[in-house]
Design a protein around this ligand. Structure first.
Ligand SMILES: NC(=O)c1ccc[n+]([C@@H]2O[C@H](COP(=O)([O-])OP(=O)(O)OC[C@H]3O[C@@H](n4cnc5c(N)ncnc54)[C@H](O)[C@@H]3O)[C@@H](O)[C@H]2O)c1
Length: 431
């Protein structure tokens, strides 16, 4: 078993740390956020992830998982240092690697000889080399430290399950011995391990996310076309999905993709293509469709409100970027609610997990803790995130509380026939 440092205790870092401890490694997880570290030491997990509090408790109890403030304090003992810090979108669309560079600067002198830096954050092609260059600036004897890429494919909401049961583990390194050492960390995980050169591993992560984003935009474009020609996208995607070459995953039309990965990773890949002199118009098209899809949802609400939004009371159900997560980063629901308010609507929203944090993101947004409070006197209810509880809502009550029973089901979660029978004007996506 190995001694591992994980830098960053967010969605990816905390999951990586807790899961590696579960697999038997000795893990120290570092963050700059002192409050988060203090909470984690007490076993308090502030992010919503199924099974994560249990694994953190298990690691703490077995003394295989510790939390510490600051990357430099975590580095000296570690054989492997996993970088799990943010790589947000920069002003030019490229991935902003300043968090990564900060960590490299912090840990350079403290790293023990023979240790491996593992890039788990999503970083563009060339980042493994960049980390080596930055390291060289702060550490003259660079050759005693190796750098590998090991991109993460977990999905928020099922992060622990995905980490422990991955479809594949990708390890990219220009040094075969180092790749074997990193792959050994995963030896008890039942998954194919793909060892590649560093650039290919970095590209696999971006290509995968760009492909999934394109699949979503493709199905949204088909849904929009279904609306124009009177076809039902639910039947269309069912008929497509049975083809194993297509599959059912990522075939649900909706308000467009969002979250902390697809928007920034597609932008970063477009930037990589631009710098490489390749015109990636297919991916640009997927990004454009996505932006317009948010706007289409705003137009649907406006249409349901009678053609204009000024002074209209709108209820929003769901604010997180998808169900079963508390993550609001780049959420389509937030973008839609913001546009509705800009166009004069008054929006009262309910989300099972986002709570008050959402109110701080959008000027003028009122957030309530009861879904029925949100619909009171509303002229349109917009269901924006596919939380399961909305399926089982009391629509009799919703009907009575609304001023006008009009509903935009931006996730095609509900049964239009049943709702129309109850007197709702129902609009979905592509049906
Ligand atoms: N969230 C996902 O679903 C997901 C999936 C796959 C890959 N990724 C990638 O993983 C990376 C991390 O994403 P995330 O969602 O976990 O981010 P996050 O914001 O949830 O967590 C990042 C953590 O790093 C900490 N941090 C920042 N600078 C630090 C420093 N100098 N020292 C120590 N800690 C520091 C922050 O305080 C924060 O807790 C990104 O590159 C992202 O693209 C994310």
């Amino acid at each position: 078993m190995s001694r591992v440092a994980v830098i960053g205790a967010g969605y990816v870092g905390l999951t990586t740390a807790a899961c590696l401890a579960h697999l038997g490694h000795d893990v120290v997880c570092a963050d700059i956020d002192e409050r988060r570290v203090a909470e984690l030491r007490k076993g308090e997990v502030s992010i919503l992830e199924d099974g994560l509090p249990e694994l953190v408790a298990e690691g703490l109890q077995a003394r295989r998982l510790r939390f510490i403030v600051g990357a430099a304090a975590a580095a000296p003992e570690a054989e492997f240092v996993f970088l799990c810090v943010p790589t947000p979108q920069g002003d030019d669309g490229a991935a902003d690697l300043s968090f990564v560079e900060d960590v490299v600067r912090e840990i350079a002198a403290a790293l023990r000889a023979g240790s491996v830096i593992v890039n788990k954050s999503t970083m563009p092609v060339g980042s493994t080399r960049l980390v080596r260059r930055r390291l060289a600036e702060h550490r003259p004897h660079l050759d005693d430290i190796k750098v590998a890429s090991n991109p993460e494919f977990l999905r928020e909401g099922t992060a622990v399950h995905d980490f422990l049961n991955p479809a594949r583990v990708v390890i990219g390194c220009d040094d075969a011995g180092t790749a074997v050492r990193v792959s050994d960390l995963y030896r008890t995980v039942n998954a194919p391990i793909l060892v590649t050169d560093a650039a290919s591993a970095e590209m696999i992560k971006y290509a995968s996310n760009a492909f999934l984003a394109t699949k979503i935009s493709f199905v949204n474009a088909i849904a929009n076309l279904c609306e124009a020609v009177d076809a039902d996208v639910r039947d269309v995607t069912l008929g497509m999905g049975y083809d194993p070459r297509i599959g059912f995953e990522f075939l649900n039309p909706g308000p467009g993709y969002g979250g902390s990965c697809f928007p920034k990773d597609t932008a970063a890949l477009l930037h990589t293509a631009f710098r490489a002199g390749y015109s990636f118009s297919l991916l640009q098209g997927a990004v454009d469709v996505n932006r317009r899809q948010h706007e289409r949802m705003v137009e649907k609400v406006s249409m349901l409100a009678g053609g204009q939004l000024e002074g209209v009371q709108v209820a929003a159900w769901g604010l997180t970027f998808k169900a079963d997560t508390d993550d609001l980063r780049d959420s389509p629901a937030i973008a839609i609610v913001r546009r509705l308010i800009e166009q004069g609507a008054r929006v009262r929203a309910y989300d099972p997990a986002a709570g008050e944090r959402a109110a701080a993101l959008v000027d003028g947004l009122e957030v309530v803790i009861d879904p029925y409070d949100a619909v009171r006197e509303a002229r349109v209810l917009a269901l924006l995130t596919e939380w399961d509880e909305f399926r089982w809502a009391d629509f009799e009550r919703v009907h009575d509380l609304m001023e006008v029973p009009a509903l935009l089901d931006a996730r095609n979660l509900l049964d239009p026939v049943a709702l129309r029978r109850r007197g709702f004007t129902y609009h979905g996506v592509g049906r």
